[in-house]
Design a protein around this ligand. Structure first.
Ligand SMILES: CC(C)(COP(=O)(O)OP(=O)(O)OC[C@H]1O[C@@H](n2cnc3c(N)ncnc32)[C@H](O)[C@@H]1OP(=O)(O)O)[C@@H](O)C(=O)NCCC(=O)NCCS
Length: 192
């Protein structure tokens, strides 16, 4: 079992387990069709958010491959939940994982997603000992592609109409980063 030490602090954010007290804050962005357009679920109501917090989104330790840890992202200055991130542990033998992220539209363009995902990469490569972490992004989701490109992920594939997604074919971009390519957060100069 890998039990990370929470909260994980960055310059402006704190990553920590999600609890039922986060339901209202999460509902604000998870009920917005523009925000959930490229994530696996559709717009959620309060019941949908609470049920997920009570199951998958409430997990904050890694027991075995196949587990995913979801963390709430709090803005340190205000204590407000501004988004959430997920780290999937895919395989023990291949030491592989995957990241996902979603943020409140009110905090776009501040670099919060990049800052939070950087901390998640520290957890994946450092805490969990992963060798390779991927991100799978719908080609139309340009803001998301910019997040991982800024973090140094390599675009390895563009798979044309490879998944049936929310009523249509989606072309996916596959990005990857290896442990030896990752510069831990503490060594990254501020983006601006
Ligand atoms: C994907 C998503 C997280 C990107 O959000 P974002 O605000 O663009 O990303 P960041 O927080 O990293 O901010 C980066 C932007 O802030 C700017 N910025 C401002 N201050 C910054 C700072 N201190 N550090 C870094 N970037 C900063 C960057 O220049 C960049 O702008 P650009 O995209 O015009 O180049 C957001 O659009 C989202 O939640 N989408 C819905 C959910 C989703 O699609 N998730 C991904 C599924 S694969």
């Amino acid at each position: 079992m890998v039990h990370p030490h929470y909260p994980i602090r960055t310059d402006r954010l704190a990553l920590r387990p999600i609890t039922s007290a986060d339901a209202d804050a999460m509902l604000e962005y998870k009920s917005d069709p523009d925000v959930v357009r490229y994530v696996p679920y559709d717009v959620l109501d309060r019941d949908g958010v609470e049920r997920r917090i009570g199951s998958a989104w409430g997990r904050s330790v890694f027991d075995a491959p196949g587990d995913a840890v979801c963390l709430g992202v709090e803005e340190t200055a205000t204590g407000r939940l501004v988004g959430d991130v997920v780290l999937f542990w895919h395989s023990e033998k291949d030491r592989s994982g995957e990241v996902g992220y979603i943020f409140h539209p009110g905090v776009r363009g501040r670099g919060y997603a990049g800052e939070a995902v950087a901390a998640l990469l520290d957890l994946g490569f450092g805490g969990l000992g992963l060798h390779r972490i991927v991100a799978r992004i719908n080609e139309l989701n340009e803001a998301s592609a910019r997040v991982v490109e800024r973090l140094g992920f390599r675009r390895e594939a563009r798979t044309v109409e490879s998944i049936w997604f929310k009523g249509g074919w989606a072309t996916m971009l596959e990005y990857a980063l290896l442990e030896q390519e990752w510069v831990p957060r503490s060594q990254i100069p501020p983006a601006r």
